[in-house]
Ligand binder design. Sequence first.
Ligand code: ITT
Length: 202
Amino acid sequence: MRLYLATSNPHKIEELQAMLEEAGLSIEVLTADALGGMPEVVEDQDSFSGNALKKAKALATRLPEDGMALADDSGICAVALDHAPGVYSARYAGENASDLDNLNKLLDELDEIEDPNWAGYFACHLAAVDASGQESVFVGECHGNIIRQPRGENGFGYDPVFVPEGHDRTTAEMSQEEKAELSHRGIATRKFIAWLKDGMTV
Ligand code: ITT
C-alpha cells in the first residue's frame, strides 16, 4: 500500500512521516507531490473532520488502486474565546497571515479579556480515504494552557505559546519526538496506525 499525505504544510509532513516511519509499517509514505501536488481545496467546513475529509477526498481522486490519502485538519482552541480560532487557526489574522501573525492575534484577543482563562487545546482530525472512496477519521486532542510570552524555536504555528498539561515547557521547546508523544497529531496518528495494523495486510 502507498500512503499519500494530503497536506501542503511541510511541518505536518515532517511530523507525520517521522511517526509513520517509526511505526515500522511496510507501506510507502509519499507526499501529494507524487500525485502532481496538493489540489486547491477551500477549507470552508465548520468542523475539523469536515475539512480533513474534504482535503483527503480531493487527493483521493488521483490515487492509484493501492493508494490511500491521509489529510490532517488541525488547530488551537482557546476556552476563553469560545474555542476560537479552531478551524480558522491557519488564517486567524487573515487569508495570507503568517504563523507569527496568527499567534499574535490569539494573544491580542486573549488580552482583550479581563483576567482570561488561559486554558486551551490543540485538535487534530486525520482523515483517510482510499481509492475506492472508503473514509475513516481519527481524532487527537492535547489539552493545556496558552502562555503570554512565546518560548521555543521548534515546531510551528502556535507551538511557542502552548504548554501541555503536566509540563512546564511549550511544545516549541520540545524535540519532535517529545512533541509526538503527547501531541494532538501524535494521538490521532497512533490511532490511525493501530487501525492500519488491525485491519489491513500491510
Ligand atoms: P494543510 O491544510 O495543507 O494541511 P495548513 O497549515 O493550512 O496545511 P490547517 O488548515 O489544518 O493546515 O491549519 C492548521 C493550523 O493550526 C496551522 O497553520 C497551525 O497554525 C495550527 N497548528 C496545527 N497543528 C499545530 C501544531 O502541532 N503546532 C502548532 N500549531 C499547529
